[in-house]
Structure formats: structure tokens, C-alpha cells
Design a protein around this ligand. Sequence first.
Ligand code: SAM
Length: 276
Amino acid sequence: MAEGDSSQLRPQFGNRLLTDPDKVFEHNAWFFKDRHWLFTEFPELLGTQVSCDHPSSHTNDTGDHGNYGGHENKHAQCATFRIFEVGCGAGNCVFPILQTSSYKELFIYCCDFAPSAVSIVKDNKMYDPSKCHVFLCDITDTPMPLPPPNSVDIVILIFVLSAISPHKMVSAVANLVAALKPGGLLLFRDYGCYDMAQLRFKPGKCLEKNFYVRGDGTRVYFFTKEEVSELFQKAGLKEEQLFVDRRLQVNRGKQLKMYRIWIQAKYRKPLLPSTS
Ligand SMILES: C[S@@+](CC[C@H](N)C(=O)[O-])C[C@H]1O[C@@H](n2cnc3c(N)ncnc32)[C@H](O)[C@@H]1O
């Protein structure tokens, strides 16, 4: 590297921000300043607005999860507000939530099917086994080892469903619905159809309609609003929010314009199972 060539310098410690979720495994550590949107978009994560119509969600949970045969974490059993982050990657939601939430009896389950992701989360100095439990799990496999059925207040599904083959999405969503408490909430954000990332794929990378393979072998699906709505409502959830978030991002250094399209949604598990 030429002396004084600052473009080649490593970012100063603490300044590496994850702006593209797909680059999550390119480094061992990330900082989370860019995740302020998490609480703006999903204030429920702070534990104040979940399941307000469900009397047992915050305080009086009996811990009765039916005939669950798994091994529930003892800290999770005592918690009165439980979150399950699916496809947690390097922990870009888990750690900001642990840092920000003032909710004392919070417990976060998080899983990923990549062993490297599970190790990165476990090795983070903010990982506290009394507050969270990370485990290896493919959410398309039934049954999932954790969390117990009907036990979590919130499921977080951020830029994960798009990585799953379309024909496995229904079973993945069914697993997540099973983990949610009646009255619990599923928070979703993912790629929308015609996002810049979709338009940049070269011919030959399309596996099926709106589903592509990247150079590193990972897959990505681009959703329409209608597909998201059908997927979650057919799984028995009630739609509380669904919108297409269109943004123009600019890279001033490279003079690039990036037209991003994401879909954001919130779905609630009914208190009583649907009779239809
Ligand atoms: C784009 S990253 C998003 C990570 C994180 N949710 C975030 O918002 O930064 C997608 C993650 O989902 C994980 N993933 C993909 N398919 C999965 C599956 N079937 N089961 C569990 N995790 C999966 C990947 O390993 C990866 O860590």
C-alpha cells in the first residue's frame, strides 16, 4: 500500500457499520449504529407495545407450554418478555436490543443455520447467557428444537425468509407461528420485488421467478406485498402492518444512486385459533 493512501486503510475500530445484511460474514465484528431504524420501525422490541390485548403476555405467564419435549433455558422460563430472532447472523438485532431495552425480564432466543454465525454471536462480549441463548437451527426443519411452542412474545424475521427456497417458506413460517404466544407479534422486513439488488443480477443467476443465486452460493428471493400477505395470513396470523418501503440511497464518494425496495410487515397471532 502506498504511504498516505487512506482508501486502503482498515476502518478505525468501532467504525465498521453493517449497511448491507448480506455482507454479514465478511468480518468478525460489526457495530450497530445503523440499526437505529430497528426501534423506530419496531418499537414493540422495547417491550412496551406487544400483546396489549393478551393478559398473560407480560406478567402472568404460567410457563405452561403444553407437552413440549425440548429443554427450555431456565433463564427463559423466568423471563416475562421473550423474543426469538430467526437467522440472527452476527447479532445485528440481538445486541442492539440487549443494549437498548430497559425491560429487565427480557430473554432473547436467536438461531442461525450457519455455525459461523452462532460462534460470532457467542464470542461477542455482549453475549450474556442469562439474557440470551443462541443455537444452531434450520428454521425449515420441523420440529424446531427451541423455543417451546406458544412461548415467545415476538419473532423477528429480518432479511432471512428471502434466503429460503420458496417451496420451504410455508413450513418455516408454520414453525415460527407455533413458537409465538397467542397475541404475540411477528416482525418482518425483507427484499421487495425490483429492489436494486434484483435488477443487478446477471442472466443465468435466476433460479425461478424472483429467486436468484449469488456468486457465493447463497439465495435471495424478492417479495411482492401480495405474497407476503398471503404467506402469513394463510399461516393463521392477522395483518397489522404491510407496506413497501422505497428509498433512494446515495454513495456520495462513488456518485452512485441506489433504489432500494424493502417490504415491512407486522402480523399477530390470534388469541383463539381460527375456526375457518
Ligand atoms: C442476510 S442475513 C440477515 C441476518 C440478520 N437477520 C440481520 O438482519 O442482520 C440472513 C441470515 O439468515 C440465515 N439463514 C438463512 N436461511 C436460514 C435457515 N433456513 N435457518 C436459519 N437461518 C437461516 C443466514 O445464515 C444468515 O445469517
